[in-house]
Design a protein around this ligand. Structure first.
Ligand code: AP5
Length: 221
């Protein structure tokens, strides 16, 4: 059973690596950002509360995100473990997750920190495109789809996230530095792995896969 936390600033490649990790481990990947965007799209009360905060680059309050998270990881597809992309993002969320994992009889998490300096992420994020069907991530500059604007894997019309503009990205970076980065202290004595995220996605994944194969004695086909 595996619990993996993908940690890193906006645009570090968490979602990109999550897709590859799912292929390797077959566990369920959960992005709290995607869950919140789903709530917004569905027009739920949570979505309405989160909308303005997300569009401004702020963090959605802990109690809302914690409740959403626990409801998601209680589903049957998480019984054998799961990957969290973008959670925990505050020290309070990390403490909450410790309690939930203990209560569920889940193992301590493997923390993968994709480290990328701020100057790299703005360019990456403003060129990001995402598929609304499978959530696969592209980049208009570095990782374009085969046909412009269309997902390679289904017919999803790629979209640009509302919070992917320079002003909002800078606000998200500020929140990452001041509120989220201190979460790493919480995992100082944990199963922590720092990965240099400035390299090509496949090179980053090679290192991540090495870590995970070591953890689960995974044998590639
Ligand atoms: P969320 O959706 O989680 O956004 P984020 O953390 O800001 O991260 P991103 O999705 O922007 O980037 P990523 O690291 O996944 O990079 P990606 O792989 O896409 O959260 C959005 C908002 O929701 C938050 O601001 C907050 O308001 C709210 N929220 C979410 N979780 C919350 C929580 N726990 N608590 C409170 N609020 C919460 O890659 C980015 C681009 O770079 C892509 O175009 C990709 O193709 C490209 N790329 C990826 N890797 C590489 C590489 N190695 N080299 C070159 N290009 C690359």
């Amino acid at each position: 059973m595996l619990v993996i936390l993908l940690f890193g600033p906006p645009g570090s490649g968490k979602g990109t690596q999550a897709c590859e990790i799912v292929g390797l481990t077959k566990i369920t990947a959960i992005s709290t950002g995607d869950l919140l965007r789903g709530e917004m799209k569905a027009g739920t009360e949570l979505g309405r509360k989160a909308q303005d905060i997300m569009n401004a680059g702020g963090l959605v309050p802990d109690e809302l995100v914690n409740a959403m998270l626990v409801s998601r990881i209680s589903r049957s597809d998480c019984r054998d473990g799961f990957l969290l992309d973008g959670y925990p993002r505050t020290v309070e969320q990390a403490r909450y997750l410790d309690r939930v994992l203990a209560r569920m009889g889940m193992p301590s998490p493997i923390v993968i920190h994709i480290d990328v300096p701020p100057e790299v992420v703005v360019g990456r994020i403003t060129a990001r495109r995402q598929c609304p069907v499978c959530n696969r991530i592209y980049n208009a500059l570095y990782q374009p789809p085969k046909v412009e604007g269309v997902c390679d894997f289904d017919d999803g019309r790629l979209f640009t996230r509302k919070d992917d503009n320079e002003v909002t990205v800078r606000e998200r970076m500020k929140n990452y530095e001041t509120i989220t980065n201190p979460v790493l202290d919480h995992y100082r004595n944990a199963n922590y792995h720092r990965v240099d995220g400035t390299r090509a996605p496949e090179v980053v994944f090679e290192e991540v896969a090495g870590v995970l194969q070591g953890e689960m004695a995974y044998t590639p086909e």
